[in-house]
Write a protein that binds this ligand. Sequence first.
Ligand code: GLN
Length: 481
Amino acid sequence: MNLNTSILKYIEDVKSGTFTVEEFTAATLQRIKDVDGDVHAYLSLNDSAINDAKIIDKKISSGEKIGRGYGFPISIKDNICITGTKTTCASKILENFIAPYTSTVVNRLQNEDVVITGKTNLDEFAMGLTTEFSAFGPTKNPWNLKYVPGGSSGGSAASVAANECLASLGSDTGGSVRNPASFCSVVGLKPTYGLISRYGLISYANSIEQIGPMTKTVKDSAFLLNIIAGQDANDDTTINNNNVNYLENIEDGIEDKRIGIIKEMTIDGLSSEVATATKDAIKDFESLGASCDEVTLPTIPYTVAAYYTITSTEAGSNLARYDNIRYGYELESEGYEYNSYISKSRTKFGPEVTRRIILGGFVPSAGYAGKYFLKALKVKSKLTSEVNKAFENFDYLIAPTTPVQPFRFGEKIDDPVTLMLLDYNTVTANLTGKPAISVPYRVVNGLPIGMQIMGNSLEEKSLLQSAYALESKTNLPAVPL
Ligand code: GLN
C-alpha cells in the first residue's frame, strides 16, 4: 500500500475500490507502529480508528450518503479538543486532562467522514519552534532524525511527512503551522484571522492565532479548507466566507500577477542555501508569468519584539486558569494553604512557558504598559497599514518561510532570543491577520526549504492558486524514512 499519496488521490482510490478505508487505516496504523518510536509525532492514538474506518466502509458499500472525506486519515495537534480524549498541550499541567467537548474544526471533519489517527506533539502550549519544549520529549524530523522538525506543530508536520497520516491540523500564532511545514517539506496554511473557528483550540494568544491545514499537496490544503473554513456561532471572531470553493480554478495560474519580494525578510540573516532557493523561486514565479519587484516594509525589524510582547501578555492571562483545581494533575492538597498550593502546582510549567508567563505579567503592568504593551500594539497597527498599502500594488508578498534550514537538537535551545528571531519571516502574517502559506520548495543537503507566500485578507483562493503554481515547478524527493 502506498501511503505517500494525497487526500484527493486516496479518495479516487477508495471510490474505485482499489482499497477499502479499513485497509488504508490499518496500513497507516502499522506505519505509525513502525516509525513513530523514532519520530515521536504522536502523543496519543485513537483506539477506535479501525472501527471508525469500518463504519465508513459500511456506509460506502451500502450506498448510504458519505461525507467528502471518505475516511482519509488525519492527525490533530494536541491543543485542539476532541470529546473524551486527552488534550495535553504537551504540558505536565494538563497531562491527564480529558476534553469535555469537541472543537468546531474536528466536528466539521467528523461530519465529513474522516478517520482521526491521534493527537500530535507540540511545544508546550504551542510556545516554541522546535518541539523541544514538549514536556513529553521532542519530535524528530523525518528527513533526518538528528534534526528538529520545527514547531510548534512539529508533531503534525512530522506525522504528514513520515506518512503516518495524510494530513494534520496545526495552530499558528506566529508561524507554528508554516515553520514546521517548511522544516518537514509539507504544505502549511495560516488562514486569514477569523476564517477558521478557534472554538475548542486551547488558547495561547487569541487575538492573532488560527488553526491551519498541513498537507502533502496544495490541492489537499484547499480541500481541507473547504471543510473547516467559515463562520461558527461558537466563535464570534469568525467571518462569513460565502462558502468559497478553494479548489475550484486552483490551476488558473498567476499570469500577470504582481509579486512583492519583502526586502526586510530576504536581505539579512538568510543561510546561503535559503538565499539561493529564494532567488530560484523568484525566477520560477517570473517564468509562470508573474512580475516580481522588491517591496520594503520598514516596521518589520520591530515585529518579533512586538509579537512576543503581545503574545506573552495574552498567554499570561490565558494560562492563569491552570491552578490545578479546575484542570490538572494530582497533587496532595492536604497541608497547603491556598497560595502555596497554587504556586506549587504551577511549578509544573516548563521553562519556556514560565518565561512567557513572567514576561506576560511584566510588559502590560502599571508603569510599563506604555513602554512595552501599548508600543507593541502601535507596531502592530503600523505594520498592518504598511502591509495593506503593499497590497495596493501587489497580489502576493513572498519570502522564505524560515531564514535557515532545520538544525540539530540542542543547537539553539539555550538561546531563546536566537530562537525567537527565527520567527522573523512568519509573525507578520499573524500580526496583520493576513493569510500565508508555506510551500515545499527545495531539499538541499537532505533538508527541506519552504517558500512563504502571503496574500491579502480573505484571498485564500488566489493564494492557493499561486501556491499551486509554485508547487508545479518543484520535483522533490520522497522522505528517506
Ligand atoms: N515560535 C512562536 C512562539 O513561540 C510561534 C508559536 C506559534 O505559532 N504557536 O510563540
